[in-house]
Ligand binder design. Structure first.
Ligand code: NDP
Ligand code: 8X3
Length: 324
């Protein structure tokens, strides 16, 4: 089996994709609809050696190298909103797996710090882009103008998003509504529109959206934020239908309460009010979410994880929270 995949790789370089968890001595070598598991240390080593020879030392894009340390998964992952919280945690998780990262956000200084940490800790190669996902033209030109070595995105993590306030509809500020809708809904569409054609052309790729329990429930003061996450849920399901048969996977990871800068942003810098959100309960960490995102991305090629909903043990619904 291993020899078969090896021969295909030798004959059709660049045509195959393999993936597998970094901590395990197993993976899937695939070409077209065919798949071969590889499970032995010896088998992986010989495939990798040949791959490196074929590509002049560069690993094939998307080729997973389940050998800790020396070899890397060379997929390219684009993460929006990578400057904080869940996006930054995803960057760390994927860097630990050995991928290359395109990190996007408005606060580039933060991206620079993150990239420097990842380079030092994991040897990760990062490409940083200043991106406001609300800017349709900026998104199209920035993502359309990525340098060739960064242009082939294997996994898009649509994470950038925010809530503004907890006002009742009859008291809310329309500027807050615009910001949430423009970021959480239109931003996802703009970025996906720029990235998806390449995935479809290559016949592979994965879009992972950051939804929320707010996409499944509504809570007082959350009418507009919840509507954006309900819209995102519809976009995710519609995308999966539109992309059926293209080889592109579509997933959504929908968390409950996660302690990040989300509440500080929601309450416009009021740290005391933000802290009260998590008082007396144990929220999820950004790393918990990144773990779920990485798990979605590392399933065998024929598997699509549609949706993961994860909440703290102390949270039973959007509004029912156990506090001590
Ligand atoms: P954070 O506030 O910690 O991070 C939000 C990220 O989004 C930042 O990196 C920010 O970067 C980026 N962002 C915001 N607006 C824009 C924009 N216009 N253009 C580009 N980037 C932008 O929040 P979280 O990490 O918690 O949130 C990440 C995602 O997870 C969001 O979609 C959120 O709705 C979702 N979520 C969060 C939950 C929680 O409890 N925390 C629960 C469920 C879902 P910058 O400001 O530098 O541009
Ligand atoms: C963000 C968390 O609790 O406001 O999606 O829905 S919550």
């Amino acid at each position: 089996m291993i020899a078969h995949g090896y021969e295909n790789l030798a004959q059709r370089k660049g045509d195959g994709v393999a993936s597998g968890p970094a901590h395990a001595w197993s993976g899937w070598w695939t070409r077209g609809h065919a798949q071969w598991p590889f499970t032995s240390r010896q088998g992986i080593a010989s495939i990798l050696t040949e791959t490196q020879v074929l590509t002049g030392g560069e690993m094939l894009p998307g080729f997973a190298c389940p050998v800790s340390g020396a070899v890397r998964v060379m997929s390219t992952i684009l993460i929006t909103g990578a400057s904080a919280g869940i996006g930054a945690a995803c960057a760390r998780a994927f860097a630990g797996y050995g991928t290359r990262l395109v990190l996007a956000a408005r606060r580039v200084t933060r991206l620079e710090q993150l990239a420097s940490d990842l380079e030092r800790e994991h040897g990760t190669r990062c490409h940083l882009i200043a991106l406001d996902v609300r800017d349709a033209e900026g998104v199209a030109s920035t993502l359309g103008g990525l340098p060739p070595q960064w242009a082939e995105i294997d996994v898009l993590i649509n994470n950038a998003g925010l809530g503004r306030g907890l006002d009742r509809v009859h008291e809310g500020d329309p500027a807050d509504w615009d910001e949430m809708i423009d970021t959480n809904v239109k931003g996802v569409l703009y970025v996906s529109r720029a990235v998806l054609p390449g995935m479809v052309e290559r016949g592979r790729g994965h879009v992972i959206n950051l939804g929320s329990v707010a996409g499944h429930e509504v809570y007082p003061g959350g009418a507009v934020y919840c509507s954006t996450k309900h819209a995102l849920d519809a976009i995710t399901r519609g995308m999966r239908m539109d992309l059926l048969g293209t080889g592109v996977r579509v997933s959504t990871v929908d968390p409950g309460m996660v302690e990040t800068e989300f509440s500080v942003v929601r309450f416009r810098g009021d740290q005391e009010r933000a802290d009260k959100t998590y008082t007396g309960m144990t929220p999820l960490s950004p790393e918990d979410i990144a773990d779920a995102v990485l798990w979605c991305a590392t399933r065998p090629p024929h598997v699509n994880i549609d949706e993961i909903i994860l909440k703290p043990l102390d949270q039973a619904s959007a509004t029912l929270v156990q506090r001590r």
